[in-house]
Design a protein around this ligand. Structure first.
Ligand code: IPM
Ligand code: MN
Length: 354
C-alpha cells in the first residue's frame, strides 16, 4: 500500500493532475497493487486566502509519503518567485531531492521541430543536480539601490553534492543500458572552479565504471548538439542551472510541454514527480491542456517505486494515444479535451490487463 501525496497546485495543475491520478488508479488496479492518495491544497489560491505558502509542519508531513505528485505551481496574482521558491524549491531542498531526472524521449506520432529527426534519434535522459549550484541562494547585495550597487549570486558546488549526483548518473546509465554513455555537460573553459571540481570527480568516478563510455560537452555546445545530433546522447549529467536550461530545450525536441515530465529524486527519501510545464493560468478550467505530461510523471513515479509493470502499462498507453489519437501535443490543438485524453489512457491501460 503506497501513500501518495498529491499537490494539484495552481492554474491548470488540478485538471491535469486529475487525469494523472485516474491513470494511476487504472495502473494500480491492472498491476494489482494498492495506494492511498492524499490531496493537499498548497498553491497560490491558498496563499492568497491564508498568507501561508508552505509551513514547516506541512513540509515535514510530506516526508511520511512514499512519493509526491505535483501538478503545477504559479499564480498570476502572486509575485513571481514566491510560490516557486516557497513550494517547489523548498520541497526539493528540504526533502533533499538531489536529482532532477528528465527523460527526453520522442514518441512515434509526436511532432518534432527538428527536420529529419525521429523517435530513433531522440531518446536520452538528463540528470540535473537539484540542490546546489546557483540555486543554493547564497550571495547578496552591496550598496543596494545606489549607482554603485553590487549583486553577487554564487554557485555552490560541494564535493559531496557533486559526487552523489555523478554516482547516480553512472548507476542510472548502467541500469538503463541503452548505449552506456554518460556525457558531462559543463563549462570548464570559463567556470574554472566549479567545473574543475565536477570534471575531477567525474574522471575519478568513471574509473569505477569501465563499462560506461564517458564524454564531455560545454553547455553552449550541447544546445547546438541537442538540435543537430540528438542521437549522440544517452545520459547527460549537469549542474542545477545548466540542467534547468538544457531540459527546456530537451522538452521542445521531444514534442513540447504537453509531454515532458520529470522526477525530483531522493533515492533514500521521498521523491516528487511533476510535468515540466507551468500552470498555464489562462487555460484554467478550459479542459484543453494536454494531461500526458502529468501522466508521464505518474509513469516515472511508478518506475521509481519499483512498480515496473504498472509503469510499462502507463507508458504503452501514452504511446498509443500519441500514435493514434492526437492531432497535436499543444493546448487547444489536440483535437481532444484534457479529460478525453485521460479517458483514452485509462482505457488503454485497462486493455493491457491479463
Ligand atoms: C523547473 C522550473 C523551476 C526551476 C522554477 C519554477 C523554479 O523552471 O522545474 O525547471 O528553475 O527549477
Ligand atoms: Mn525550468
Amino acid at each position: 500500500m503506497y501513500r501518495i501525496a498529491v499537490i494539484p497546485g495552481d492554474g491548470t495543475g488540478p485538471e491535469v493532475t486529475r487525469e494523472a491520478v485516474r491513470a494511476l488508479e487504472a495502473a494500480a488496479e491492472s498491476a494489482g497493487f494498492d495506494f492511498h492518495a492524499h490531496t493537499f491544497d498548497y498553491g497560490g489560491d491558498r496563499y492568497l486566502k491564508t498568507g501561508v505558502v508552505l509551513d514547516d509542519e506541512e513540509l515535514e508531513g510530506l516526508k511520511a509519503y512514499d512519493a509526491i505528485l505535483l501538478g503545477a505551481i504559479g499564480h498570476p496574482d502572486v509575485r513571481p518567485g514566491v510560490l516557486e521558491q516557497g513550494i517547489l524549491l523548498r520541497i526539493r531542498f528540504a526533502l533533499d531531492q538531489y536529482i532532477n531526472l528528465r527523460p527526453v524521449k520522442l514518441y512515434p506520432g509526436v511532432d518534432c521541430p527538428l527536420k529529419d529527426k525521429g523517435p530513433e534519434d531522440i531518446d536520452f535522459v538528463v540528470v540535473r543536480e537539484n540542490t546546489e549550484g546557483l540555486y543554493a541562494g547564497t550571495g547578496g547585495f552591496l550598496r543596494k539601490g545606489t549607482p554603485d550597487e553590487v549583486a553577487v549570486q554564487e554557485s555552490v558546488n560541494t564535493r559531496k553534492g557533486v559526487e552523489r549526483c555523478l554516482r547516480f548518473a553512472f548507476e542510472y546509465c548502467r541500469r538503463r543500458d541503452q548505449g552506456r554513455k554518460l556525457t558531462l555537460c559543463g563549462k570548464t573553459n570559463v567556470l574554472t572552479y566549479a567545473w574543475d571540481l565536477w570534471e575531477r570527480a567525474f574522471k575519478e568516478i568513471a574509473a569505477e565504471y569501465p563499462d560506461i563510455a564517458t564524454d564531455y560537452a560545454h553547455v553552449d555546445a550541447i544546445c547546438m548538439w541537442f538540435v543537430k545530433n540528438p542521437e549522440w546522447f544517452d545520459v547527460v549529467v549537469t549542474d542545477n542551472m545548466f540542467g534547468d536550461i538544457i531540459t527546456d530545450l530537451g522538452a521542445m525536441i521531444q514534442g513540447g510541454m504537453g509531454i515532458a515530465a520529470g522526477g525530483n529524486i531522493n533515492p533514500e527519501g521521498t521523491s516528487m514527480f511533476e510535468p515540466i510545464g507551468g500552470s498555464a493560468p489562462k487555460y484554467t478550467g478550459k479542459n484543453v491542456i494536454n494531461p500526458l505530461a502529468a501522466i508521464c510523471a505518474v509513469q516515472m513515479m511508478l518506475d521509481h517505486l519499483g512498480e515496473r509493470e504498472a509503469a510499462g502499462m502507463v507508458e504503452k498507453a501514452v504511446m498509443r494515444v500519441c500514435a493514434q489519437d492526437l492531432e497535436s501535443m499543444s493546448a487547444g490543438r489536440m483535437g481532444k479535451s484534457t479529460s478525453e485524453v485521460g479517458d483514452l489512457v485509462v482505457k488503454y491501460i485497462r486493455e493491457q490487463k491479463g
